[in-house]
Design a protein around this ligand. Structure first.
Ligand code: ADP
Ligand code: ASP
Ligand code: MG
Length: 441
């Protein structure tokens, strides 16, 4: 059994949905097909939620109408028979009536999650209708019946596995299963989601749950590139990454993968492939447990919106237990630390989740003097045994010499160097590193 996940652009136009149909019917292997919402839909749904949160019902209504028009044009191009078009009309009616009812009731966070779920529900139902029209046998597998997160918003992998096994056992003869990415149920049994870009995470969780042969992430680019193609002009795809390398890149800003999407596949040793729906023949990127390929730098990613904290304390001098006291505060507020450096009198660390920054700072002040810096970026340089490349640090530092470096983390693992810089220098830093670390003729 394999998993094939298609992102927003891969299903965002009627002709692309037809391409997806070709890709999922190209072989006979049993497969679970995970679909995102059509591109632009989740952003539109976020906009509807924001308008409602601000009490702007007219604005929300207008956005709902615009979106409905988009879907009405979409299905007319997607489907041709009268029977399937009338099914599509019913699907669109059901979901947009739901959104319209929401306009009339008082808005809260649980309702917002329901709004956000509409995109994946619509895309999968329309795609399933296309398969029915083309008489391609397939089973519709509602993600809300098996995908769940616990009270800490962590996926419940063993429960997901149990439920999926039970559902799949009902269809021993079928080979194509269609499900939604992104959406899930939470511990209150409400509709929830795996955060923006979460369909990759769904695919990896499903892959781990069914011990898939491979998780294929089909998107709009031919694999993980050596640098951010939205910022740097000359980039190229990387043939192979280890799970650790891919996880670092995803976590530190490579948008092609959801930040948490590698661990489930890694845990169950399921290879992940990044492939291009628009160029299916391209080799893409294969991610496995093995650290293959050239020694040295493979790729660079940058993550924005980082906050740094520095805690200075003369009491740290020769004191044991100081770091524990600092970490306990972060644990208490369930806030994870990305980078950390220490000296004898100070400790610097970075966060990207600042929900509890005020409380954390207040408690840290009991331990020492605290300085907070906002709008920073982490540049993450990743490669297999990166330290074995001769002169690699010189090249990195040389490429960044025009920028003040706030923190450097080297040696935490064998495949990563992380550097904290001012956010306004991120784009230029990615470009300079591209020139300094890679050969492009
Ligand atoms: P999907 O809708 O299929 O999930 P995403 O937009 O989430 O697609 O991810 C694909 C996009 O990620 C690419 O179009 C590209 O602009 C961006 N991206 C950022 N960094 C990288 C990288 N290092 N390699 C490849 N793509 C990247
Ligand atoms: N539709 C969701 C989003 O846009 C999930 C995804 O595409 O992965 O964030
Ligand atoms: Mg994505």
């Amino acid at each position: 059994m394999k998993i094939m996940k298609f992102g927003g652009t891969s299903v965002g136009r009627p002709e692309r949905m037809h391409q997806v149909k070709d890709l999922i019917t190209a072989d006979d292997e049993k497969k679970i097909v995970v679909l995102s919402a059509l591109s632009g839909t989740t952003n539109a749904l976020v906009g509807i939620g924001e308008a409602l949160a601000e009490g702007k019902k007219d604005k929300a209504k207008q956005k709902i109408e615009e979106l409905q028009e988009h879907y009405t044009n979409f299905y007319m191009e997607l489907l041709t028979t009268k029977a399937s078009r009338s099914k599509a009309v019913q699907i669109i009616k059901e979901h947009f009536e739901f959104l319209t009812i929401i306009l009339k009731i008082s808005f809260n966070e649980a309702i917002n999650k329901d709004i956000l779920a509409q995109g994946e529900l619509l895309s999968t139902k329309l795609f399933y209708t296309l398969l029915q029209e083309l008489e391609i046998p397939a089973v519709f597998l509602p993600a809300l019946e098996f995908m769940s997160i616990d009270e800490n918003d962590e996926p419940e992998l063993s429960r997901i596995r149990e439920r999926l096994e039970a559902i799949l056992a009902r269809y021993p003869e079928d080979s194509i299963f269609i499900t939604q990415g992104y959406i899930c149920k939470n511990h209150r049994n409400e509709v929830d989601n795996l955060k923006r870009g979460g369909s990759d995470y769904s695919a990896s969780l499903i892959g781990a749950a069914v011990s898939a042969s491979v998780v294929e992430i089909w998107t709009d680019i031919d694999g993980m590139h050596n640098n951010d193609p939205r910022i740097v002009e000359q980039t190229r795809p990387i043939a192979h990454l280890s799970f650790d390398e891919a996880a670092e890149l995803a976590y530190f800003g490579a948008k092609i993968l959801h930040p948490a999407s590698i661990w489930p596949a890694q845990l169950h040793n399921v290879p992940v492939k990044l492939l291009n729906t628009m160029a299916p023949e391209a080799a893409g990127t294969t991610i496995t447990g093995a650290g293959e390929g050239t020694v040295g730098v493979k790729a660079i990613a940058g993550k924005d919106g980082i906050t740094a904290l520095k805690i200075k304390s003369s009491r740290m001098l020769l004191a044991y237990g100081f770091l524990r006291k600092v970490f306990e505060i972060f644990e208490k507020y369930r806030t994870s630390i990305d980078m950390i450096t220490t000296s004898e009198v100070a400790i610097s660390l970075t966060l990207d989740d600042v929900t509890h920054l005020k409380e954390i700072t207040a408690e840290l002040q009991k331990l020492g003097k605290v300085e907070v810096d906002h709008h920073l970026s982490i540049i993450c340089i990743v490669g297999n045994t990166i330290m074995e490349e001769p002169g690699v640090l010189n090249k990195i530092m040389g490429s960044l010499e025009q920028f003040p470096l706030r923190m450097v983390s080297y040696g935490g693992s064998r495949h990563n160097v992380s550097i904290l810089i001012d956010g306004k220098n991120k784009e230029q830093a990615l470009k300079s590193l591209n020139q300094g670390l890679f050969d492009f003729e």
